[in-house]
Design a binder for this molecule. Structure first.
Ligand code: SAM
Length: 279
């Protein structure tokens, strides 16, 4: 018995199923079920939502989600060694946990989920940013998800919520804050994980906005922001000169000084510049 359910403690699960952590799969497990239940609570009311979890591993967060009342959890795990342990959880919560063995970058989860859908995950560090960018950049908006509650390395979390004028401000901040409300809701030291990673972690909660915060074409905005931050120390009239022959006029029209650097430009002005360039 573990406190939040009648299943065995995670240390026993790991020993029984031989789940020694593999670095290549980004395996840093959370074994404290009170902590995983706390992370699950950051996702909001799960009782009327389906939850997509990427990388359940031995199932600590999965158990937190189910104990918090999630209507259904769809868990996608690449490591076949974890599947029997996850099936034991599925048996304890009949009809509420579906486990898919596969690579989250390749599996399409939508056929198995009913809206509203919330995504909650302690992401493998090697695919975390790529998954986030995909979730923020769907073909249509609003996206399939209502919220994302995701564990990242602290440095990535800081980049998602960064404001203009800070070193962490860049493409990820613009992309995330354009179409979502993003905030850091928990900080975790390395010792919270087994084995402990080298760096601290943080949980970011993103809520999808019904519409992007300011109008802009996603493709144009993405090109502008990529060009601006690829040469973040250059003045924008130089960094963006490949985008339009009259870039200084376009920058002025968007309310941006041509001598500014990308780091100083707020989201609203990037969107104005994307509209100028699209027009
Ligand atoms: N959720 C568990 C926890 O909190 O203890 C494990 C988190 S661990 C940081 C990341 C998990 O993602 C591991 O179980 C790993 O096997 C899995 N994983 C790694 N790459 C994956 C991928 N491409 N698709 C699905 N799962 C993956």
């Amino acid at each position: 018995m573990s406190g939040i359910d009648n299943l065995p403690p995670l240390r026993d699960v790991i020993a029984t199923h031989g789940l020694n952590a593999r670095k290549s799969l980004g395996q840093n497990f959370l074994l404290d079920l009170n902590l995983t239940a706390k992370i699950a609570r950051q996702a909001g009311d799960l009782t009327r939502a389906d939850v997509l979890e990427i990388g359940p591993g031995p199932g600590g967060l999965t158990r937190g989600l189910l104990a918090s009342g999630a209507r259904k959890v769809l868990a996608i795990e690449k490591d076949s060694r974890c599947i029997p342990a996850l099936e034991e959880i599925a048996a304890a919560y009949p009809g509420r946990l579906q486990v898919i063995e596969g690579d989250a970058l390749e599996v399409d989860p939508l056929a198995h989920l009913t809206p509203p859908i919330r995504v909650v995950a302690n992401l493998p560090y090697n695919v975390g940013t790529e998954l986030l960018v995909r979730w923020l950049n769907p073909p249509d908006w609003p996206p399939f998800w209502q919220s994302l509650t995701l564990m990242f390395q602290r440095e990535v979390a800081d980049r998602i919520v960064a404001q203009p004028g800070s070193k962490a401000y860049g493409r990820l901040a613009v992309l995330a804050q354009w179409r979502a409300e993003a905030r850091i809701v928990m900080s975790l030291p390395p010792g919270a994980f087994t084995p402990p990673p080298k760096v601290s972690s943080a949980v970011v909660h993103l809520t999808a906005l019904p519409e992007p915060r300011y109008p802009a074409d996603p493709g144009v905005l993405s090109r502008v922001v990529a060009a601006a931050f690829n040469q973040r120390r250059k003045m924008l009239r130089a960094a963006l000169k490949g985008l339009a022959p009259d870039i200084e006029d376009r920058l002025n029209a968007a309310g941006i000084a041509p001598t500014d650097r990308a780091e100083q430009v707020p989201l609203e002005r990037f969107c104005a510049l994307a509209r100028e360039l699209a027009g």
